[in-house]
Design a protein around this ligand. Structure first.
Ligand code: PLP
Length: 379
């Protein structure tokens, strides 16, 4: 296998404007956070999602941690979430002493099964954390109705969901909070990066304080107080201006990036549909009310053996594919800090059978065709 013919699983995309904006940030003299580039990114997110307030953070993990503080999670409080997700979804709440209650996923979208949420609610339940897997929206109408009825907060883990929507509403703008990621494995990137979207005004002032080390520094800069001081718990959750300048170059091209990814996604889907109809594997399911961002293209094989064989087959022919997640309820920390509600049958099963194909902006048509060709030989 020669290096030229090798197709990686992911390759971070550069728009070409990153260095120009970083140079501007350098020249403007402010390198710490909340300078002109951070403000531009926040404003873009507010316009793009319609949230009441967007605050850039240094990661989605940081945004989730801020949301856990804003939700006032106390030791023993329960938080309902899927087990089929990245560790940060749970960790953010465990850091506050919260207990993740893992609920199974739907077999079609692989999102939290909204029909199983209500049975997992107990007197100590404080919040629900839907994760929009692959940038495809959870059944948010049902989830918001359950949260309303039981007076729970909803924190959307929209790490994979930038430029996606559910019934016309951008992901991250539906619950009380939305958490986005700009990690280099996501669609719009800044290396490490994220944002907290606040959709309920009551939380804005405290969010600014928590993000600025527990001080009222933001108010000070707006001239609303004449000195700033320590007023609450908090940490340093904001990125520096260099990172924000990089991110601004990406936001500028968010539409173009999404369109290109969607084109690759549809090429895969169209070419593999006939194999799926034969029952060799199944393709992603996108509900009619969801517009997605082509964050991911996955295949669901019949069993673990078939998936293992597929990974090896692709690798031998120069195509790198990956699987995830090890369900949180069966990980050492998940078993220690959390609890599964129900048998988790779909989660366990999916974790064994799912395979992610290469999907990145700079994939050429020839790259996509090669992946499809190798898969056709396998099938
Ligand atoms: C990537 C991801 C995160 C973490 O994002 P970071 O920005 O790396 O902290 C959290 N949740 C989900 C579902 C993710 O995919």
């Amino acid at each position: 296998m020669s290096m030229e013919s090798y197709i990686p699983f992911n390759k971070p995309h550069l728009t070409g404007k990153e260095l120009q904006y970083i140079e501007q940030a350098h020249a403007q003299g402010q390198l710490s956070g909340d300078g002109p580039f951070t403000k531009r990114c926040n404003a873009w997110l507010e316009q793009q999602t319609g949230c009441k307030k967007a605050l850039l953070t240094h990661s989605c993990t940081a945004a989730l941690e801020m949301a856990a503080m804003l939700a006032d999670i106390q030791p023993g409080d329960e938080v309902i979430m899927p087990s089929y997700t990245f560790v940060s979804t749970a960790n953010a709440f465990v850091l506050r002493g919260g207990v993740p209650i893992f609920v199974d996923i739907r077999p079609d979208t692989l999102n939290i099964d909204e029909m199983q949420i209500e049975a997992a609610i107990a007197p100590k339940t404080k919040a629900i954390v839907p994760v929009h897997y692959a940038g495809v929206g959870c059944e948010m109408d049902a989830i918001m109705a359950i949260a309303d009825k039981h007076h729970l907060l909803v924190i959307e883990d929209a790490a994979q969901g930038i430029m996606s929507s559910y019934k016309g509403k951008p992901l991250g703008s539906i619950g009380h909070f939305g958490c986005l990621s700009f990690h280099e494995t996501k669609n719009i990137i800044s290396g490490e990066g994220g944002a907290l979207l606040i959709n309920d005004e009551r939380f804005i002032e405290r969010a600014e304080i928590i993000r600025e080390k527990g001080t009222n520094r933001s108010k000070f800069f707006r001239g609303q107080v004449d000195k700033y001081t320590w007023v609450d718990i908090g940490s340093s959750y904001l990125p520096g201006e260099i990172v924000a300048a990089f991110l601004w170059a990406q936001m500028d091209e968010a539409k173009k990036i999404t369109q290109k990814r969607l084109a690759i996604w549809h090429a895969y889907h169209g070419a593999l549909l006939s194999y799926a109809r034969e029952g060799v594997m199944r393709l992603p399911v996108i509900p009619a009310e969801c517009k997605h961002n082509a964050h991911m293209f996955y295949l669901l094989f019949g069993n673990l053996d078939m998936r293992t064989r597929a990974i090896e087959f692709l690798k031998q022919r120069g195509v790198l594919s990956v699987f995830h997640y090890i369900p949180l309820h069966s990980s050492p920390a998940g078993a220690k800090f959390g609890r599964a509600h129900g048998d988790m049958a779909v989660t366990n099963d999916t974790s064994d059978r799912l395979l992610r194909l290469p999907l990145y902006y700079d994939m050429t048509e020839a790259d996509t065709q090669k992946v499809i060709e190798v898969l056709s030989i396998l099938f």
